[in-house]
Design a protein around this ligand. Sequence first.
Ligand code: NAD
Length: 484
Amino acid sequence: MIDPQPKGSHFIDGTHVEDGNGAEIPVFYPASGARIATVYAATDAVVEQALASATRAQAEWAALSGTERGRVLRRAADIMRDRNRDLSELETRDTGKPLQETLVADATSGADALEYFGGLTGSLTGDHIPLGADFAYTRREPLGVCVGLGAWNYPTQIACWKAAPALACGNAMIFKPSETTPLSALQVAEILHEAGLPPGVFNVVQGRARVGSLLVNDARVAKVSLTGSVPTGRKVYAMAAVGMKHVTMELGGKSPLVIFDDADLENAVSGAIMANFYSSGQICSNGTRVFVQKGIKEAFLKRLSERLEGVKMGDPLDEAVNYGPLVSAEQLEIVEGYIAKGIEEGARLVCGGKRVEREGYYLEPTVFADVTDDMTIAREEIFGPVLSLLEFETEDEALARANDTEFGLSAGVFTRDLARAHRMIAGFEAGTCYINSYNDAPVEAPFGGTKMSGLGRENARDAIEHYSQKKSVYVRMGDVEAPF
Ligand code: NAD
């Protein structure tokens, strides 16, 4: 078992660093509210230490061959898999997500990213461009020092999804986890160093918005990758623009899941459960606006209510438990506020809606029917276990209403009609889509949003384009002609 209290709040230049002068950040186990650790926000001196260390280490790391860099990442993936149980237990303590989930979705998906990008590094090249007798070529070069800012719902995964492509391309990274879940990124740092990463190439500093903005605004930083909410995205993107820095923005959503009459009912219900209640609904890509065609609506609701009886709430460290608490008391309050708003605006509460009478931040899985497009619960990201069911009649209507949102992260469709499925996908204004499924995120496929949900892509070869740049080189083989 990993002691939740880290040896130091930060990890810089290959070692744990502590500075108790920083603001205290308490860490709570969401299933009980008990304090399990304390870390301290980075002081200006700690931020400076991380920036200096990353800047120095980056050149050395970039000078290694791709194969050598890849070997480190792949070794880290192996260590991560070997320690999956311990890492998953820590992730469960930090986030409150059921161990049943963390065992298969957190360190394992982080390891997938390290393995995938570790395998790519040797083949990250430029191009040769023939130009008659002359030619040009491109060099694929790292950006330099990259900053990663994480959200609290998938701390290990987010750290790895950013670190793996960044490091593969020869960058250094300073990662600031969410202040709500600061623990597992430190494990990622330890593992990378155990795997042979030179000190300073991957650093972790703790802190809130202030530390994040110090990092984003520093002239030594070339790129910022944020996973967070749209309001934070706006601020971070604006700060990065001042320094003309590269950005990747993985932001929030209010994604549609469209279920047609001809869909396999059982699969559609499973999809809606995965799209709303996995991780107690705290997933950016969730399909929280569930559009169900009129003919199947009552049957869908009935089956969904029956299936929700299969929720096993309890201590998330118990592997039989499949539904855990929300991450914090604050998040619980926010979600309760939305539920009250849903009731006030006339949505029909079909099930759930209440805090659970036990310690910790538990909220019943909640389903609203008779939701209309203008209701707050259909427009704003709730980031909790609240499903809104909206009825529709025609395909055109469903598509228009699905797209009537400022967000564009994900979208899904359940139907047995293949042509219709592909028409819907072509029409969806969203970056990550699903046919007869929901919320899969394999490292081999790009992941990211459109519209206010962000820009850039994580995972797949696409991420390489966001962590490297090409230098064009013209090579003249003969004499240079000049007018005078
Ligand atoms: P948040 O926006 O509050 O914080 C995200 C990170 O940004 C944190 O590390 C925070 O400390 C930092 N931050 C906040 N203000 C900052 C500032 N002014 N300057 C620099 N850094 C700042 O998000 P959250 O509440 O931790 O996470 C939930 C949100 O994340 C939801 O909106 C969710 O949809 C989104 N999310 C998106 C994805 C995705 O891949 N698209 C994945 C997970 C979560």
